[in-house]
Design a protein around this ligand. Structure first.
Ligand SMILES: [Zn+2]
Ligand SMILES: [Zn+2]
Length: 350
């Protein structure tokens, strides 16, 4: 099931507009409210075949409604553009049933804004090589809706610790040290909401984690027109498969919280700290990410930008000369400060 939104006034393709959060026709300026579109329920579409072009995967055949060309898509694609006519295409059958996202955070940053923000970020990079900072080698800028699971979890934690409080006071000529010993116990029940984990195998977890936080107050009920004009993929891992990652993450939060509550002692010795994390629910959501592919010095660098907040993640190359130069400046400054202190304390003037 191929879905393409045509402008009722001029027939051109309509795409999601990040400024107005509406479907917009760039040809005549007509726009439509997305919430007015009925959420459609598609039956999975079984026409598919295998091809060597996608090693180990399964490609499917769709037909573009605009130009009639046959579209070959990667098995995970849910929204793309027709490679022949450039028309935005959404694959409705891959957004149905268990593959139907429940919520979406729409793009708030347009392609133009993303490009400008990335260039500005490069420009301000202190240790980036000069050639990289010019940011004129953006090879590709792709607006992607990345599949995430958003968890609601219940945590139960217990900690035992041995703590001491040491008081020292003078009694006549004698200094008395009094040590009080405490067996400390903490029991915490906590509920954590909206903990995200990206569910796409192609997206590096480390990049996606660093795009947080997303602002959930602008999360919308999912509707297909949000995807028009962007690339989107379905999840590769179920919420159950991703849960161990969440368990680890929430266990770390809880332990930090419990241990921070054992305060005010002279010494703290943690004997045991255990947490049990259980899943209450998980929602399938799509988050907006601009992927920036950048060529520099015969290598490709990949960056990700939060499509809602503009936060950028990725490792730029470092200029060795700048790093060594700034280390030299710091060393010289430390040397001068040491000399001044030596002279002030009566040392020799070199
Ligand atoms: Zn139009
Ligand atoms: Zn086409």
């Amino acid at each position: 099931m191929v879905i393409q939104y045509k402008c009722p006034d001029c027939g051109a393709d309509m795409v999601f507009d990040s400024k107005t959060a509406r479907l917009h026709c760039d040809s005549c300026g007509h726009s439509e409210v997305i919430e007015d579109y009925e959420a459609e329920d598609f039956q999975p579409f079984e026409q598919h075949f295998h091809t060597s072009a996608f090693e180990g995967g399964e490609a499917r055949q769709y037909q573009c409604n605009s130009c009639g060309a046959i579209l070959l898509t990667d098995k995970d694609t849910t929204a793309t553009t027709c490679s022949f006519c450039g028309s935005p295409v959404v694959l409705g059958d891959r957004l149905a049933g268990v593959l139907a996202p429940s919520k979406v955070i729409p793009f708030a940053i347009s392609r133009k804004e993303a490009e400008a923000a990335f260039k500005k970020w490069c420009h301000h990079g202190m240790f980036m090589p000069r050639g990289f900072k010019q940011a004129d080698r953006i090879k590709k800028l792709t607006g992607m809706y990345v599949p995430f699971w958003l968890y609601d979890v219940q945590g139960h934690g217990e900690a035992f610790a041995h703590c001491t409080c040491i008081h020292t006071y003078d009694e006549g000529d004698v200094t008395v040290t009094k040590t009080s010993h405490f067996n400390v116990y903490r029991k915490v029940d906590a509920r954590y909401s909206n903990i995200p984990a990206d569910a796409s195998e192609k997206m590096p977890d480390s990049l996606m984690d660093r795009l947080e936080p997303f602002d959930y107050s602008n999360m919308k009920e999912f509707n297909i027109p949000y995807l028009a004009g962007f690339i989107s993929e379905k999840y590769n891992y179920t919420d159950k498969e991703m849960f161990p990652r969440i368990q680890q993450r929430v266990t770390d939060y809880m332990k930090d919280y419990i241990l921070s509550s054992i305060a005010g002692y002279s010494s703290v010795h943690i004997l045991n700290c255990d947490c049990n994390i259980g899943q209450r629910s998980a929602e399938y959501v799509l988050f907006p990410v601009w992927m920036v592919y950048y060529d520099y010095d015969h290598s490709e660098y990949t960056f990700a930008m939060n499509g809602q907040t503009g936060k950028i993640a990725g490792r730029p190359p470092l200029s060795k000369a700048k790093v060594i130069g700034s280390a030299a400046v710091v060393t010289l400054a430390l040397f001068i400060i040491c000399r001044i202190i030596t002279v002030l304390m009566g040392g020799p003037v070199l």
